[in-house]
Design a binder for this molecule. Structure first.
Ligand SMILES: [Zn+2]
Length: 306
């Protein structure tokens, strides 16, 4: 990288670059507002467009870097089930390509670290990995995250970003909906907070299972949260749908989620919510929280605060 690649935008720069150069892809990002933003500048702003406020997608590691204290976290090794159980045409090649592109084995990564000094287990989905689609590996990773939270008595926070279940894994992918719901149930049985941050987009089977079962559901601004797509619904109900239909703001106004929070406030908001759910004075020692009535009382207080 030099001053010319950094400061000259691609349109002019492309006149000088060699054919096949990928500078445009690696250094500049095209925003929804049609503005080109220098990639480093965008990431320094938490991948939120400085002009229009659009929240760009993050990879799992980028998400962890901006969420954990001092960017310190440890990625957990999660189970690796059979890659291609149905021998679906071209699926193996697609998986290989996704792995090369993302340097992840699957769309879901689980990490542990601290949030304002409190130990937390955090999961995230990478949309760059086949649209964050959920199959057996993602299901196993989610369950492993929930299990880690239960074993270490930490809250579980999950950043959802997915188009739904993997068609290439058929019924096995659909079964992950039930399995992840059961894992959420185990968290609740153990009185551990489960918070979901719905990021753009969260659709299909993910929105119909673990992503909408958090004790608190937080949406990033203007993120799509839906089961079926807008066009499918419009063609079924034969009515004009509002412009902001299926955005997190729309779903919040209709009671589907609790909060819409800008990315820069996610850490502080989740930290505050956890301190309420766990009772502030015991935040540093959450293993002391086991009384059902304590949790109910905290939840009531939280809902009043919201
Ligand atoms: Zn923008």
């Amino acid at each position: 990288m030099n001053w010319i690649t950094k400061f000259i935008k691609p349109k002019i720069k492309s006149l000088f670059k060699k054919q096949g150069s990928d500078n445009k892809e690696t250094l500049w990002v095209n925003c929804e507002c049609k503005k080109l933003i220098y990639k480093d500048e965008l990431f320094n702003n938490l991948s939120v467009c400085p002009s229009c406020g659009f929240h760009h997608k993050l990879t799992c590691e980028e998400r962890f870097k901006i969420f954990f204290d001092n960017k310190e976290f440890q990625i957990l090794k999660t189970p690796e089930p059979d890659d291609d159980p149905l021998k679906f045409p071209k699926y193996s090649a697609k998986l290989k390509q996704a792995r090369e592109k993302t340097k992840q084995n699957d769309a879901v990564l689980i990490a542990e670290g601290k949030l304002d000094g409190l130990s937390v287990t955090v999961g995230a989905q990478n949309f760059n990995f086949i649209g964050g689609a959920v199959g057996a590996a993602s299901g196993e990773a989610f369950i492993h995250g929930a299990q880690n939270a239960i074993t270490n008595k930490t809250p579980f926070i999950f950043f959802s970003c997915s188009g739904g279940q993997k068609m290439q894994e058929g019924a096995i992918a659909l079964m992950q909906m039930t399995r992840t719901v059961l894992a959420v149930n185990e968290l609740k049985k153990n009185n551990l907070p489960y918070i979901v941050v719905i990021t753009n987009p969260t659709t299909g089977g993910v929105s119909a299972s673990f992503a909408t079962l958090g004790d608190i559901l937080i949406g990033e601004p203007k993120s799509v949260l839906a089961f079926a797509g807008r066009r499918v619904i419009q063609n079924t109900v034969k009515e004009e749908l509002p412009e902001d239909f299926q955005t997190t703001e729309f779903v919040k106004d209709h009671g589907g989620i609790d909060l819409v929070v800008e990315r820069k406030y996610l850490r502080s908001t989740i930290s505050t919510l956890l301190s309420i759910l766990l009772k502030k004075k015991e935040v540093k020692n959450i293993s002391g929280i086991n009384d059902e009535s304590d949790i109910q009382e905290s939840l009531q207080k939280t809902s009043k605060a919201i």
